[in-house]
Write a protein that binds this ligand. Sequence first.
Ligand SMILES: [Fe+2]
Length: 488
Amino acid sequence: MSAFPQTPHFTGLNRPLTEEYDLDDLVVEGTIPAEVEGTFFRAVPNPTFAPFIEDPAIALSPDGMVAAIRFRSGKVSAAIRYVDTPRHLAEKAAGRALFGKYRNPYTDQPEVAGYDRATVNTTPVFHGGRLLMTKEDSLAYQVDPETLATVGRFDFGGRLKSQTFTAHTRIDGKTGEMFFFGYEAQGLATRAVSYGYADKAGNLVREQMFEAPYAAMMHDFTVTENYALFPVYPTKTDLARLKAGGDHWIHDQEEHSWLGVMPRYGDVSEMKWFKGPKGVYSFHMFGAFEDADGNLHMDQCIGNSALFYFIREASGIFMHDREVGHRVERWTVRWEGAAEVQTTVAGPPGDFPVIPAAQQGYAYDHAWMLTFNPQRAVPPVVGGVGNALFDTLLRIDFTGKPPQAFTLPPNGGFNEPVHVPSREPGHEGWLLAVADFELSPDSSEHACLIFNAGDLAAGPVAKVILPRRQRPQIHGCWVSAEKLATAK
Ligand SMILES: [Fe+2]
């Protein structure tokens, strides 16, 4: 087996994990709130074999692992398993990497021509009793939430036409319906976008196809009570480039962004496209809502260029992270209004926004996100896809109240938090987040921290020690014990 390159993508906190494991009776400091009863699922990208090809976007390609931290009557256990995709199984059997550059099958070894290239390394989604592992470049894979064993590729029993399924579905906080999309839905570099929704029980109700203004990385989308909103930012792909062995993503600084809006139960022929600023990119929206005056508001973590430094570099855009102008920005449009989005700065730099699940599709007055403490002089801890871990968990208030924050020690980095609602009126619930602490280039410590979501500054109310190495996750999801009992 060839050695991994000694680059930040494969060293330090990003050093590949070499084992799957189950750990019982984890040590807990503090008291786990009784309402934290269920499982925190995490998507952990982990490269099994060293790449055989140079690829600026190598950080997007690792195999997907599904990690679970289970809370049962005050006891905590943890487990992690590979998702057994055909790609992972083929490479495991060969004992080496067979798949080439990110989302470019023209760079693969000939023996895997035509293979499903899915890694599903981005987001665990629980809906209709199914745990799905997802990534935007393929269909989802269903995983058993109890054993973490892979059930297989998920396409609603053969009914889904799209070749891709987003890592960012939206589950309506009131109806329980799951809205989703897939881009490059009819093959590599196609402008086709699939839009669909499933009922609360997980049955596909409708899927339609529309064309995006150009073939772009559409990472997230959002819904309001009556509309579906599809932002398109100019990180683009091109089939001729792929066939020549090139990169999937090149950012076009001179191209406009767009926001497609249609009635969420309507027909794609009703889509209206609103023009947005040039050159911007956002991975994640908080959510969107309608106000009493008929405006649609969408909040997002945005910057003035591609947000991954390696996509900027591959695109010939030489801009330091500090120059990208990261911020929370609100985009406002009216269904019967001007054809351009109105932009308002609504918060600080950061990412991984989380709103309470019950507010999904509806107005929210606060949210949580990760950010950097602006007072800290030391550089961020290297780790994760972007090679920089956020050090601060932030509660942002959209009604004008001051933010609340908790910052880790200088060697620590947060992974995306999940929110556990409280049944107590007026209580904002709990936030769970795994923190990674770098001790030396070869050693680290890890813990799952639990916060009172309405009082972050007080620090964690409990800390679960994770005694084995973790690799930084991408997204996570919380599934209550009650919901887990509905698992199919
Ligand atoms: Fe994401």
